[in-house]
Each structure stands twice: as structure tokens, then as C-alpha cells.
Design a protein around this ligand. Sequence first.
Ligand code: SF4
Length: 282
Amino acid sequence: MNDLTEKKPVRHLLGLSGGKDSSALAIYIRDKYPEIHEKMEYFFSDTGAELPETLEYIDKLEDYLCKPIVRLLPDGFKENQIKKENSNEEDGLFGHYLKLHKNYLPSPQQRWCTINLKLIPFERFVGNDEAISYIGIRADEPDRVGYISSKPNIKTRMPFREDGLDKEDIFKILESSGIGIPEYYKWRSRSGCYFCFFQRKEEWIGLKKNHPDLFERAKKYEQLDEDTDIRYTWSSVGTLEELISRPDSVSSKKIIKKSKRLMDIVEDTDDDADGGCLICTL
Ligand code: SF4
């Protein structure tokens, strides 16, 4: 990757999701392009519904980068309102938007969560400044597209693709930095909200096993609208309890074994190609 010849000062931005690719990209930039790292603004869009493992991982990265990772919040929200959601109270950030959407849970077709909790805070953070947004899409993902802003002042760069780095390289970066991968990769394939509707059956089971309290909270959001008789559920096959008790196996992904290499661990659960929430998981 060649350094940019800038005609005017631009902001350099790298959004961290708590996933492997954006994390590896931050490490890569810090170590390989210190002049860009120097100018880089790292940020994390905290939805208030993050897994504890994600928050710990972001803290770990912040230490490694020796730069602050700015926590982006929707307009008008403060960190203590985020904490409400993370500390088991129902009227946190997600609860606020859920009420605004008349308890209609977000889904792949109705991604109001991504818009309100990620995209709008990001575009507000950038404002009208000229900016370059660095995305962790790799060279071995030729068809993958990340979030491309419709705002003309935000340009996108993909250093891994520009430099020809593939998945194996990404794991080497994470391994050699000592940061490793987030703990949730043992039972879940991506970062994002604990109740993310992109999860597979095995991941919901993993949530129940690893965070029974969060599983119960996700269940609580599934409710019957008595006026319309419509039941809102995270999964199209039914309630979470119905989903996890179904005898069929939605996925044939393997169980993680502790002794494996980082890459093997994620290979078993990796969903790079299945079109999940790119802005949330990269
Ligand atoms: S991780 Fe899932 S639930 Fe959370 S904002 Fe992204 S798409 Fe929505």
C-alpha cells in the first residue's frame, strides 16, 4: 500500500467491531504504516448490546494500539445509558429504539438497528470532513463489499486487499501481536449484538450456554402484540426456545477444540461469505 498523496488534510478512520479483520487491520496499520497510525482515529460503535468478550477485546486492542478507541453513541446518548443496557436494565439504547419501532424487532430486511446504532453515529462522527475509512476486507474476498458511505466526503480504502493479504495472513498478525482472537469465537462466528438475528442455531445455543442471562434477555424481547396478534421473534422459524429445541441441525459447523490454531478455530465457525452484518462484524 502506498502512502496517500493528500491534496488537503483528511481524517483517517478505522472502525473496530471487535471482529478479527478490523482488529488485525488496526494492528497491521500500527505496525506497518506508523505514519498512518499516527493520524488514525479508531472508533467503536457501542450498541449497548455487546458481548462482554467484545468489550474486553476492544480494551485489549486499545492498550496495544496505544491510542484511544473512540466509543460512538447515537445522538443524545451518554455512556451511562449504554451501561443500562449492558447491566441488564431494559430501557437502554436498544430498548429506546425498539420502542420507537413499536417493538418490531430488527431483521435482515428491517435493519433499523444498524442504521440507528452504527451508520448514523458514524456519519455524524465524520460530519462533512474529508475522510478515508479503512476497511478490513481481504485479498481473498474479491466479491465482498463493506460499508460504502453514500456521503461523497467519505472515501474507502482496503489495505489488506491492496497489499494482497489473505485470511492466513490475518491470523498471523493476530497471533504474532499477542492479541489473539476474541473469546467468543469459541462458540460464535462473529462480533455484533448478543441478540443479532444473523446468528445460527448453534450460536444461540452458545449464547444460552455462555451467557444464560443474555439469552433470557433476548427471549424477553420476543413478544406477542395483542392488538395485531403478531409474535415478534428473532428467528423466522419461531421463538428462540422453539429454535434451539428443534431436532434438526441448522448448521454442520464443528465444535471448537482448545488445542487448535487460531485460524482453525475460526475456520470452523467462520461466516465470511454468508452475508451477515458487514458493518457490524468486519
Ligand atoms: S450486530 Fe446484528 S443486531 Fe446488532 S446492529 Fe448489527 S445487524 Fe443489528
